[in-house]
Design a protein around this ligand. Structure first.
Ligand SMILES: *[C@@H]1O[C@H](CO)[C@@H](O)[C@H](O)[C@H]1NC(C)=O
Ligand SMILES: *[C@@H]1O[C@H](CO)[C@@H](O)[C@H](O)[C@H]1NC(C)=O
Length: 550
């Protein structure tokens, strides 16, 4: 017995000297640190603080010898994960009609004829123009994610609009079968990118949702009686990711719940039911209708999660704003969300292509913000087809956001409680579709595997599921094209680091309180405030309209 132990230790020392451990989990933080300067991050070391370094190396020796003999990780000595990462990807808008070199005037669908002059389509998309994205952009983006991020992330938030717009109505009208086909292509790419590999055999949960361009007709989807076919279609298409016990729910309304980690669940909403352009459903206060049912479900899921000590992220395509939701639906959304600050730790949306956040106020007396922004909403958005903002109207939107940040009243933390927080903070991530530049986002979040009693022992711990920070990445496809010195099909696309929420904005974490404080710093009318605002605006348009917001 004793000899066996000595022998295992000896092998451990030898294995330590002879090969670098292939344990990504231990190395992972280091890799990540090198890439992005997360060194200052909370919990940036994966070893718990009570572990001294000598204990830790002894542990590693035993753990490595265990691996050597059994080929598996040591079950006891694996340090608990203190935080994880996930990807938010949105609005791929692939277009099979897209032709590089075609005219922008033809929605990037037709090559110039003799007399045509003007902008033409790029190889990987046409930033700043009203064109959808070539299929290759989605492929190369997912290849990049599979190369660089797959093994580092725990799950994927994927907020819809995979299909192209219906801009070229005259020559290339979009039919239902086109929408389905484009969704199949993107689904296949996602499956390939996140399928278990020999290097990383995990099943990575991926959470889809319907975008306004994934339904037919455009923006329109009713309940199961009207659109049962479409719901069935997506239920089958996404069956890998919709848990079996959620399929009936999905078929009823296009929403579902899925666990993405220990005590962590995502609610994927069908925001088409809240969207004011969807005429196939009624208001959220119309008893028994699809939108009403979804609100009931949302609230019920949050109650269930609270009872089970589960933390929840909510996601959808169209973000909750006065500009996009029916008034009754926004009110209901905010009413429900504001009652679960202890459960609901993040709101993730796409649709707008711009990188920004929203603050919603549940206090009824704050009618001012609601009515005023509602009145101005139509002025900004409705004149825009499909809500794609390229360069028109962006100043208006930016001013509207600034008004929102200004109008929000201070949070009375004495009155706020675990069951009530008057403000809701919502993340809107920029798109892969290069309205500006293609971009993706990586979040870091807090993990505790035991329940929150751990917090009493470690006062520095934030509640399980707390969003800590995010990294924004983009790809300068214009530069990529200039640098292309290989066959287009073979050439890799790499995204580059744009900014980190903590470093760039001083956001301590991504909680409501931090966002509130950030909003107020943003609108400070002094030099610091103005600089921060300019930075925020440059990031909002992924560095593509820097002249306008310097
Ligand atoms: C709406 O917009 C107009 C001009 O764009 C502005 O003058 C007005 O103050 C805005 N309304 C409110 C109540 O914010
Ligand atoms: C992207 O590349 C183009 C072409 O080199 C350059 O003009 C532009 O400044 C770059 N933009 C960013 C944000 O790097």
């Amino acid at each position: 017995m004793l000899y066996t132990l000595y022998f295992i230790l000896l092998v451990g020392v030898l294995s330590l000297l002879s090969y670098a451990p292939a344990d990504r989990q231990i190395h992972y933080d280091q890799i990540y640190n090198d890439d992005n300067g997360y060194q200052d991050g909370i919990g940036s070391s994966s070893s718990p603080s009570w572990l001294t370094s000598s204990q830790s190396s002894l542990q590693q020796i035993i753990s490595w010898s265990w691996r050597f003999w059994t080929g598996r990780r040591h079950p006891v000595f694996e340090p608990p994960k203190r935080h994880g990462y996930f990807l938010h990807i949105t609005d791929l808008h692939i277009d099979e009609e897209y032709i590089a070199g075609s005219t922008v005037d033809s929605d990037c669908h037709r090559l110039p004829s003799g007399s045509d002059s003007g902008a033409t389509a790029g190889l990987l998309g046409t930033p700043g123009e009203k064109c959808d994205a070539p299929v290759e952009l989605a492929e190369k983006t997912l290849d990049y994610i599979a190369r660089e991020w797959r093994h580092k992330i725990d799950f994927v938030v994927w907020t819809g609009d995979n299909s192209r717009h219906d801009w070229d109505k005259k020559y290339r009208p979009r039919k239902r079968k086109n929408i389905y086909h484009l969704n199949e292509r993107v689904t296949n790419m996602m499956q390939r990118a996140f399928w278990p590999t020999a290097r990383d055999p995990r099943h990575i949960p991926l959470v889809p949702t319907l975008g306004n361009n994934d339904v037919y007709p455009h923006n329109t989807i009713g309940g199961p009686n009207e659109d049962g076919d479409l719901l069935d279609y997506f239920a089958r298409l996404w069956q890998t990711w919709i848990p079996t016990d959620q399929r009936a729910t999905f078929r009823r309304g296009g929403y579902f719940a899925v666990n993405v980690g220990p005590r962590l669940r995502i609610l994927s909403l069908n925001t088409m039911y809240f969207y004011h352009k969807n005429d196939a459903v009624e208001d959220c206060d119309a008893f028994g209708t699809p939108a009403y049912e979804m609100i009931q479900w949302f609230e019920h899921e949050l109650l269930k999660a609270r009872a089970a000590h589960v933390r929840v992220y909510v996601m959808g395509h169209v973000p909750p704003t006065t500009k996009h939701y029916r008034q009754s639906c926004l009110q209901e959304y905010v009413r429900v969300a504001s009652q679960f600050p202890d459960v609901l730790k993040g709101h993730f949306f796409g649709h707008l292509n711009m990188d920004h956040f929203l603050l919603l106020d549940a206090r009824d007396e704050n009618e001012d913000f609601r009515t005023s922004s509602r009145k101005n909403a139509s002025a900004v958005m409705d004149e825009e087809e499909d809500d794609v903002h390229v360069t028109r109207n962006v100043n208006k939107y930016v001013n509207w956001l600034r008004d929102m940040y200004e109008a929000i009243d201070p949070i009375d933390h004495k009155r706020a409680s675990a069951h009530r927080m008057p403000v809701v903070a919502v993340q809107v991530a920029p798109s892969v579709l290069p309205v500006y530049y293609p971009s993706i986002r990586i979040y870091r979040y807090e993990i505790h595997d035991d329940d929150d009693r751990a917090q009493c022992r470690h006062r520095d711990l934030k509640p399980h599921g707390t969003l800590l920070e995010y990294d924004q990445y983009f790809s300068n496809t214009t530069q990529w094209e200039l640098d292309l010195d290989r066959d287009f099909d073979e050439a890799h696309l790499d995204y580059q680091f744009e900014y980190n929420s903590k470093k760039e904005y001083g956001l301590e974490d991504l909680t409501i309180a931090s966002y509130f404080e950030f909003a107020k710093r943003l609108i400070d009318d002094d030099e610091d405030g103005n600089q921060l605002w300019a930075k925020y605006c440059r990031n909002m348009f992924v560095q593509s309209l820097n002249d306008r917001f310097s």
